[in-house]
Design a binder for this molecule. Structure first.
Ligand code: SF4
Length: 963
């Protein structure tokens, strides 16, 4: 060091590795949904810093910016401190602090009245919570079908398309074979989903020199390190994929052997237009699907081992009718010239050469670069194989292709492409993560039909499930919806994750019926977790003129922070942070497995609670006991889980021997998967750094849908009911059953007004159509697609309130392609109006090169409502930050005299966030340079600390250590 006088003073000893903490604890991160393992260093009981857990299978020590900034979420001034009862009008923020006993008595009083009369008048919806195995079960025990988590407005198209075609999907369901793939195509993935595992995986690909192609209208995050970026026009991914299929079929580059072995490609489909079984599979008298056996030249059981099935051609059934193999129908559809690259190029915004080149590369890597592993394995029929053959082409996709009104079929098309290439669960391809693959679709049916919702009675099953025919819908005798969100109705028959985005609108309208209480957990529904945000605020505060009562009479909200939605609640149940409670990341929920490992994890409290708040999961169990829900009380009426959530995690059994955690089961902890509860189970997890992992032996690693050893093990684990082969579906008979109902067959048929829609969109083979909003608005008036995505360093509104992460991004801009900006006379930082068919917002513009020319986009959930999150009223998040949500409608554009369906996929109900079309205009001279709309700041509830002008952390710890 040089002193002012120029002389050099030397420190005799510099300790470059001082002790930074006096203890550490392992737990699981919750700064986003990836569930990385973390090691939290503590000093005097306070967090010193957070490190990635090097032994954890999800992140292997990698920690992202969000994960390390967990310290500032823990030290957020927005943490709620005590239960609150609303005393002013909704939205005013006027609350009175109450004791927990009063809060619990109030909630159980409201809920017990509902349960004793009509349980469906409780609508219970949760956000990105990781305890859905508990919350869904609780709703079922309460007896309401009106339950779901955030899936309907996130990526249910992806999940449903996968579960109805390959028995799994991406992210929590499956992953690329990072060790062996030579070509990875990623569709519509921002930087957030599966964050650290993808970063680690991409690092491996880059090191090995494998090619990474990103299909995305925006080049940020993963796309910015792609070897090739394909800047597709939003909503046309399905068309692009179908054109790739066209090219592969045309050049005969599909894996017929794989298709016959693992899919229903050879199953014969009845071709008898007008008949009640047209489009269903031809079956023998025992119900076995039929194929045409090329050896015997006769019809045969398609699942028999000795047949040599035909995959193309016309065949005659024993009753004289015609039938074709389903592959024949697939080939017929996509060989049509409408899918030729030159005919999809304009629509997708891609050069025809790019489509041709991509198809050629897929064929090259799949078939020329085929790989073989010297691993013996046994198939479902007991046949031994001495090698595992692989097609080293993998795909990964997420919300970018899913959040469109044509997303279900686009996602199915992607799975079809994978099946045609023979790259599912093989070396180098996409790999299912246990407990997937599941039967197609899984066997659970949604409960909540008429007659199944009774006073003081649990539902006979879970509120969410997998319909396979109209008989499974939750509708009444007139075909009217039974759920408040209209899930599993003729409007959205396969809405397997519910439709959270419709709850407030429908509850406000009383359509299909009024509700009494809306209970929300971790769901910022008055702000960034809703379409039509300004409209939601009006609905939450709207009163019935004749009674003066709110149209949604009661709102219970559980959150750890003073998020925007708190101000609209009548009763606030303050939650803990993820560092203050026990949790389980369960195989019954969304697990953290890998393609070659089965694993789960826990959270444990790493710091002591310093406020009068409780973990919501324990609150739910307490509420359940107060309500006398059978599964939550003992025979003597006493709570079954008096120790709250940790007690439930260890002792609850969903089926005999199967509970929340799979590791260290059995009373001595010597079993896994199945076994009686182990009182020391949490201790064992803590000793093992908060996770459990079982690695599959090599012979079970691939072909899980047809691998005898894997299927036997999966049966023992309770993942599947038996070890029968799981036959993947290039053709969906379940979809055809709905279509037949729309064509007038069967006892349960859609009401007249829904028939055409069901007929159009329940196509058993993936189909592309123009996204609904785009088809309904004047696209010359609204020329731009408008998208949102999450930044790598923030997750929903939680990240945007974090003092460290706010310094990275404190407000958002709307990004536009530089060339287009220049054409329109717009410059960086100009303020513009963004107008859709639904509304108008004022935002600041940014220009960039890496975005499709027809697209504008912004970061999601940076914009905050003034005063929320205990931020300063002048915070940049509310002055300059904005939400695109204000201009996205939850309903489709108005039509003359027409019913307004939800702005959603017609099959699954997935919110079509990315169908938005907008117009951009520069603001007039002298207009305020502030985002619009702005809202009155709500009062800060008692108990919240004053807004700090500067929020620092760690100084006190440093002083202590040095002193
Ligand atoms: S990706 Fe980052 S924020 Fe998400 S769980 Fe992992 S460390 Fe935490």
């Amino acid at each position: 060091m040089t002193s002012e006088s120029g002389s050099i003073s030397r420190t005799p000893y510099v300790n470059t590795s001082p002790d930074v903490a006096d203890e550490f604890k392992y737990t699981t991160c919750y700064m986003c949904a990836c569930r990385c393992g973390i090691k939290v260093y503590l000093q005097d009981g306070s967090i010193r810093y957070i490190q990635g857990n090097r032994d954890h299978p999800v992140n292997k020590g990698v920690l992202c910016a969000k994960g390390s900034a967990g310290i500032m979420t823990q030290n957020s001034p927005a943490k709620l401190t005590k239960p609150l009862k609303r005393v002013g009008p909704r939205g005013s923020g006027e609350f009175e602090e109450i004791e927990w006993e009063e809060a619990m008595e109030t909630a159980s009083g409201w809920l017990s009245r509902i349960r004793a009369t009509d349980p469906k008048k409780l609508a219970f919806f949760t956000g990105r919570d990781q305890s859905q195995a508990l919350t869904g079960w609780w709703a079922s025990q309460f007896g309401t079908p009106n339950y779901s988590a955030h899936g309907g407005f996130c990526s249910v198209n992806m999940a449903a398309a996968g579960l109805y075609s390959i028995g799994g999907s991406f992210w929590e369901f499956g992953e690329p074979d990072w060790e062996h793939t030579k070509y990875l195509m990623m569709f519509g993935v921002a930087e957030d989903h599966d964050s650290n595992p993808i970063k680690i995986g991409l690092g491996k690909l880059k090191t090995r020199g494998a090619k990474f192609v990103s299909v995305n209208p925006i080049r940020t995050g993963y796309s910015s390190i792609a070897d090739q970026w394909i800047p597709i026009r939003p909503g046309t991914d399905g068309l692009f994929i179908m054109s790739l299929i066209h090219q592969l079929l045309k050049s005969d580059k599909v894996d017929i052997e794989y298709l016959v072995r693992y899919t229903n490609a050879h199953w014969l489909v009845i071709n008898d237009p007008g008949a009640e079984d047209d489009g269903l599979f031809a079956r023998d008298t025992d119900g076995n699907p039929l194929c045409w056996d090329g050896k015997t030249k006769a019809l045969a059981n398609a699942r028999a081992l000795e047949v040599a099935p035909a995959v193309v051609g016309d065949y005659e059934l024993s009753d004289g009718r015609k039938a074709q193999p389903s592959f024949n129908l697939v080939a017929q559809r996509y060989l049509d010239n409408q899918y030729a690259p030159e005919n999809v190029a304009k629509r997708t915004g891609l050069d025809k050469g790019i489509i041709e080149h991509t198809a050629a590369e897929l064929a090259h890597y799949a078939f020329v670069e085929e790989i073989e592993l010297e691993v013996e394995w046994t198939d479902w029929a007991g046949r031994k194989h001495d090698k595992m053959k692989g097609r080293p082409v993998a795909f990964h996709a997420m919300r970018g292709i899913s959040a469109h009104s044509n997303g279900f079929h686009t996602c199915r098309a992607l799975h079809l492409l994978q099946m045609l290439l023979g790259s599912i669960d093989c070396p180098g391809g996409f790999g299912h993560k246990p407990p997937f693959p599941k039967p197609i679709p899984p066997g659970l049916k949604p409960a909540g039909k008429s007659g199944q919702v009774e006073a003081n009675t649990p539902l006979p099953g879970p509120p969410l499930g997998f319909p396979i025919s109209p008989e499974d819908l939750l509708i009444d005798a007139d075909g009217k919806p039974q759920r408040i969100d209209k899930a599993f109705s003729w409007e959205f028959p396969l809405s397997i994750h519910g439709l959270m985005h419709l709850v407030i609108t429908n509850a406000w309208k009383g359509d299909p019926y009024p509700i009494d209480t809306l209970m929300l957990f971790m769901a910022n529904m008055s702000w960034n977790s809703s379409m039509n945000t300004s409209g939601m605020i009006e609905m939450l505060t709207d009163k019935n003129e004749s009674t003066g009562e709110y149209k949604i009479p009661r709102i219970i909200y559980a959150d750890a922070f003073y998020s925007e939605t708190v101000a609209y609640a009548d009763l606030v149940l303050p939650d803990t942070t993820y560092l203050e409670r026990y949790d389980c990341i369960s195989l019954l929920d969304r697990p953290i497995c890998e393609a070659d490992a089965c694993q789960d994890a826990i959270r444990q409290p790493v710091i002591e609670l310093d406020r009068d708040v409780r973990p919501f999961q324990s609150v739910l169990l307490d509420l359940g006991a107060r309500l006398g829900l059978n599964a939550m009380v003992n025979d003597d009426g006493e709570p079954k889980y008096p120790g709250g959530y940790p007690d439930y995690i260890v002792n609850h059994e969903r089926a005999p021997g199967i509970g929340s955690l799979a590791g260290w089961r059995g009373k001595d902890g010597d079993k896994y998967g199945r076994g009686e509860p182990n009182p020391n189970q949490l201790k064992k997890y803590i000793e093992n750094k908060a996770f459990w992992s079982y690695r599959l032996p090599p012979e079970q690693r691939y072909y899980k849908m047809a691998n005898k050893d894997y299927l036997d093990w999966a049966t023992e684990m309770g993942f599947v009911g038996n070890s029968d082969q799981i036959v993947m579906e290039i053709y969906s008979e379940a979809l055809q059953k709905f279509r037949l109902a729309a064509r007038g067959h069967g006892n349960i048929q859609p009401p007249e007004e829904h028939r055409t829609r069901i007929d159009n969109y329940f196509d058993p083979i993936p189909v592309w159509y123009e996204p609904f909003e785009e088809a309904m608005v004047d696209t010359s008036k609204y020329p731009f697609h408008a998208l949102t995505q999450r930044p790598m360093h923030m997750y929903h509104s939680w990240g945007g309130q974090n003092a460290w992460l706010r310094q990275v991004t404190g407000s958002n801009k709307l990004y536009m392609n530089t060339k287009i900006g220049a054409k329109m006379g717009l410059e960086n930082d100009d303020w513009v109006w963004v107008t859709s068919h639904h509304g108008r917002i004022r935002v600041q513009l940014g220009l960039m090169d890496g975005v499709n020319e027809n697209t504008v986009w912004t970061w999601n959930a940076i914009g905050k409502q003034k005063g929320a999150w205990n931020l300063d009223e002048d915070a940049s998040e509310s002055k300059k930050g904005f939400l695109l949500n204000h201009v996205i409608s939850e309903l489709l554009p108005k039509r003359e005299g027409g019913y307004r369906y939800a702005n959603a996929d017609p099959v699954t109900g997935q919110a079509a966030w990315f169908d938005l079309r907008v117009q951009i205009e520069k603001v007039g001279p002298g207009e305020a340079e502030e985002s619009y709309p702005q809202f009155e700041a709500a009062k800060r509830p008692a108990g919240l600390e004053p807004v700090p002008s500067v929020l620092r952390y760690g100084k006190s710890l440093r002083v202590k250590r040095e002193s």
